[in-house]
Design a protein around this ligand. Structure first.
Ligand code: SF4
Ligand code: SF4
Ligand code: SF4
Ligand code: FES
Length: 897
């Protein structure tokens, strides 16, 4: 307990087993004991869940109480005297265990949980070696048909944890009780397969089951708990930054687990994090350098040969065009260390600012609007602050699929009575549960937000004090909203004006309200306006700089935030420093020993395509990204990659981009790599290798260093830790961070003043300047559909796959659930088109691009809107996106005969 805590709250004094203990008011005896290092056995307890009191293993004696009490559900009291291991208590525990074991098949030799089973551990610890009513013999159980999750109901001890985690944490409810008394069982409704009862395959029930009743399906690579090495690392998929424990055996990761109460995810994971690791052992892993030979085929080469060729081509390009002829794109799972070195290579050795991240396009509007208004393009608060929010507004973000673990905090907030407002054309899972769903027409988010702003002003709900003391530019916004009519804005965006007003009123009246927005916002033709209106909403109501308030721009990849921080942007240096910032340039020059390339700014990833078309770039270096599928206008991007003078692809798999490569440098995957990721909340967390890189593949940071040294840089980083040491010296927000410092838990930047900043809320101290309102001139416009091109196409992610699916498509844990992208179509539209679920349709864009895909019929999309995720190269949605700047495109959908 920290010194601050002891002074701020009146702590409760009690004794447990004769030991004097202090606890916070409201803590349970179990929590107080655990904090004091006193172990009390539990079976039905999981800190992620409300106390339940079903198993009675945690009974303790409390002096003066009439009988033993469940420590998991009894709050501490001043002066309490607790005995956790009295003779009576031990006897009760033995009795409880004997009862459980009577009905529990003793099939430990074949049980997946053996060695990781509380019942087994306690039976051994409490010497329950004889059950008076006889043992129950082994039962040949049926694991069920879920690809990742096995259910052996006969091993169930009815602790109810799976029932509660699926209901309380996931807000779903796949498990429930059947029958009564001795016949009680836990199963799905009507014993249906999990896949048919709304299961999202998160594996949370696997993580909580204390025995082997719900476990991961056996895989050929299975290994016992005690056989595996455990490595704590950070998930490399989405930007939530979940802490994982990788179990490895004989050089392979065989299982992914989590630590309850640790990491930003507190033990929760989603389907990708828990089951999406199989890609590491995909049969098509690239494990040797490959070089295109004289007949145009990729042939194996040594590292020396590959690096010599790359060196020669880079040197030639630099000699011919200078740095402007070279460009680099980083993927979102590049570690901070690899990303930092990549931009340093570009900005010093190769004299080029042409470096960008693959996801910059969807982040650009947000970065621009946030920098203009607040000076910093990052999430202002943390997810733990969400519990202090009275209202959470979610704009254009499908949280439960794109940020599945972050979504759990919003779901929890909703469960505890907080109001959630969703602005989204689709009826996402969150929208379905939210108090207010403003199902706007695609592209009209600014109208909904302007309507909200106007209504808040009409009702006098603005925070006048905050506006007067901490903002600037309010009068311009007031003028821009002067003639705005709420009903007219509601009509533009196609929502009921009364619902819009009610949502605005709820937001405006909240003592603390937070706003999250996601990639859906970037699909509007007016993303900058939308985000400006979002910022205005926060400022108008004074929702900035306090717990429960703030802006959460959601990012798409594990290190999306880190790439910005490391300077993987064409116009900013590490730390977000502008290219003409003399102090920043001097700091880098002092550290690097040579000046980084200053102005002019380099090219963004999108602009690189045009430069490739015009032969302005001779060498493109792609690190862990797949522009062939990720960038809008697939045909154009592929043509540009095809004509690239020299394409270096640093990858672990033959991605679609790798098809055009001249050299492929085999990269280690995340479970073989070391470094850090910075998550969407600005937490810098360790990435650790659980196994060695396969074959001759190498970690990204090491490859970049080899390349730099081949070009004469003379770098001598012995490890990623060395690179972080340099980052902490040149990136002010990372000052003071080191691998040793991150050993136990991640740290949130700004890190300079560690104790204070561990709780950091950006903009809580505005002594350095005011935050700026930005007028929003228009309410946006829906896409230009017509009789032929009658549908608006939206895209985004699905929970089983990430980005272009290079890794999840190679993970059986994902593909066995969702193998192909399907076009979501409203039932009324399906009727009109005469298509049934699973039928093939052709989707055509106005420019002539077409693709064929099968159909999923769902009310999640409204009439006139279709949705296609981006992970499937057989139906590449980017083919239909001729230019995101024009907003969501209108497309034609027709049945394939
Ligand atoms: S995997 Fe997740 S959604 Fe499915 S039953 Fe278990 S907890 Fe519920
Ligand atoms: S299946 Fe596991 S978690 Fe669920 S009630 Fe049974 S023992 Fe508890
Ligand atoms: S994909 Fe995202 S939500 Fe899922 S485990 Fe990984 S970091 Fe967490
Ligand atoms: S852990 Fe307390 S009753 Fe089960």
């Amino acid at each position: 307990m920290s010194a601050a805590e002891t002074t701020e709250v009146q702590l409760v004094n009690l004794t447990i087993d004769g030991q004097e203990v202090q606890a916070r008011p409201g803590q349970t005896i179990l929590e107080a004991a655990q904090a004091a290092g006193i172990e009390i056995p539990t079976l039905c307890h999981d800190p992620r869940l409300e106390p339940y009191g079903a198993c009675r293993m945690c009974l303790v004696e409390v002096e003066g109480a009439r009988g033993p009490m469940a420590s998991c559900g009894t709050a501490v009291r001043e002066g309490m005297k607790v005995q956790t291991r009295s003779e009576k208590i031990i006897k009760i525990r033995k009795f409880v265990l004997a009862l459980l074991l009577t009905n529990h098949p003793l099939d430990c030799p074949v049980c997946e949980a053996a060695g990781d089973c509380r019942l087994q551990d306690y039976a051994y610890e409490y010497l329950v070696d004889m059950v008076p009513w006889g043992w129950r013999g082994p039962v040949v159980g049926d694991p069920g048909t879920h690809p990742n999750i096995a259910h052996f109901g006969e091993r169930c001890i009815l602790c109810g944890r799976c029932v509660r985690i699926c209901r309380e944490v996931m807000s779903i409810g796949c498990w429930g009780y059947l029958n009564r008394g001795y016949e009680s069982e836990v199963d799905t409704p009507y014993r249906l397969p999990l896949q048919e009862v709304g299961c999202v395959s998160c594996g949370q029930c696997v993580s909580t089951c204390p025995v082997g009743a719900i476990v991961g399906q056996r895989t050929p690579q299975g290994a016992r708990e005690w056989q595996t090495e455990k490595t704590v690392t950070t998930c490399s998929y989405c930007a939530d930054g979940c802490r994982l424990v990788l179990h490895s055996y004989r050089g392979k990761v065989v299982r992914v687990a989590s630590e309850v109460e640790k990491g930003v995810n507190r033990g929760n994971l989603c389907v990708k994090g828990r089951f999406g690791i199989g890609y590491a052992d995909a049969p098509d892993r690239i494990t040797k350098p490959l070089v295109r030979n004289a007949v145009g085929e990729m042939a194996e080469a040594s590292w020396d040969e590959a690096l010599a060729l790359v060196r020669a081509r880079l040197a030639a390009a630099r000699a011919e065009k200078g740095g402007s002829g070279i460009a680099a794109i980083c993927g979102t799972h590049c570690t901070n260390e690899a990303a930092y070195l990549a931009q340093k290579l570009m900005r010093t050795v190769l004299s080029s600012n042409n470096i960008d991240s693959i996801d910059h396009g969807e982040q650009a509007a947000s970065e621009e609007a946030l920098k203009r208004a607040l000076g910093v393009a990052a999430t202002t608060n943390s997810r733990k602050d969400l519990c202090a929010a009275e209202v959470i507004l979610v704009v254009g973000a499908n949280l439960t699929e794109c940020d599945p673990v972050l979504a759990l905090d919003v779901i929890k907030a909703m469960r505890t009575g907080k109001t959630v407002i969703v602005i989204d054309p689709r009826t996402t899972e969150l929208a379905e549960k939210a108090q207010y769903h403003l199902a706007v027409k695609p592209g009209t988010d600014p109208a909904a937000l302007r309507g909200m702003l106007r209504h808040i002003l009409d009702e006098g709900l603005q925070n006048a004090d905050f506006i007067a003391t901490q903002t600037e530019g309010f009068s311009e916004v007031e003028i821009s909203l002067a003639n705005v009519d709420v009903a007219a804005e509601a009509a533009i965006c196609g929502v009921d004006a009364d619902v819009l007003k009610a949502a605005a009123g709820a937001f405006g009246r909240a003592g603390a309200a937070a706003i999250m927005y996601g990639s859906g916002v970037a699909q509007g033709s007016n993303a900058v306006d939308t985000i400006a209106a979002i910022v205005d909403l926060a400022l108008l109501t004074g929702n900035l700089g306090r717990p429960g308030t703030g802006l959460y721009p959601l990012k798409s990849g594990a290190n999306s935030q880190g790439l910005v921080d490391m300077g993987v942007r064409p116009s900013t240096l590490p730390g977000g420093v502008p290219l003409d910032d003399e102090e920043g340039l001097a700091r880098l020059e002092a550290c690097w020993g040579s000046a980084p390339t200053g102005n002019p700014a380099g090219l963004s990833a999108g602009e690189m395509v045009e430069a490739l078309e015009k032969d302005k770039i001779d060498v493109l270096y792609v690190i862990g990204a797949d522009p062939a599928l990720a960038l809008a206008d697939e045909a154009r991007v592929r043509a540009a990659l095809n004509k690239t003078g020299f394409l270096i692809v640093q990858e672990s798999f033959p991605s679609d981009t790798a098809e055009y490569a001249d050299v492929i440098l085999p990269a280690a995957v995340a479970c073989e790599d070391e470094g850090t990721f910075t998550n969407t909340e600005r937490f810098v967390q360790r990435v650790r290798p659980a196994v060695s890189p396969q074959g001759e593949s190498r970690p990204d940071w090491e490859i970049v260093q080899s390349l730099a040294n081949a070009l004469g840089a003379g770098w001598s980083y012995a490890s990623p830790s060395d690179v972080m040491e340099e980052i902490s010296a040149v990136v002010p927000d990372y000052a003071g961070v080191s691998f040793a410092d991150l050993e136990d838990e991640g740290r949130q930047w700004p890190l300079a003043d560690s104790d204070v900043c561990r709780e950091s809320i950006l903009h809580s101290d505005r002594s350095d300047g005011k935050v700026a309102f930005q007028p929003v001139a228009t309410g946006g416009a829906p896409s230009a559909v017509d009789a032929d091109f009658a549908f608006t196409l939206l895209t985004g992610c699905v929970r089983e796959h990430h980005a272009t699916g290079v890794r999840t498509r190679r993970s059986p844990g994902s593909t066995n659930l969702v193998a192909e992208a399907r076009l979501q179509l409203n039932p009324a539209d399906a009727d009109r088109l005469g298509v049934a679920a699973g039928d093939k349709v052709r989707v055509a864009a106005r420019g002539g691009a077409t693709l064929e895909t099968s159909v999923e019929i769902t009310t999640r999309v409204p009439e006139g809107v279709v949705f296609l995720p981006g992970f499937d190269p057989a139906a590449p949605v980017t083919r239909l996106l001729a230019g995101r700047e024009l907003g969501a495109p209108a497309v034609k959908v027709e049945k394939v005969a």
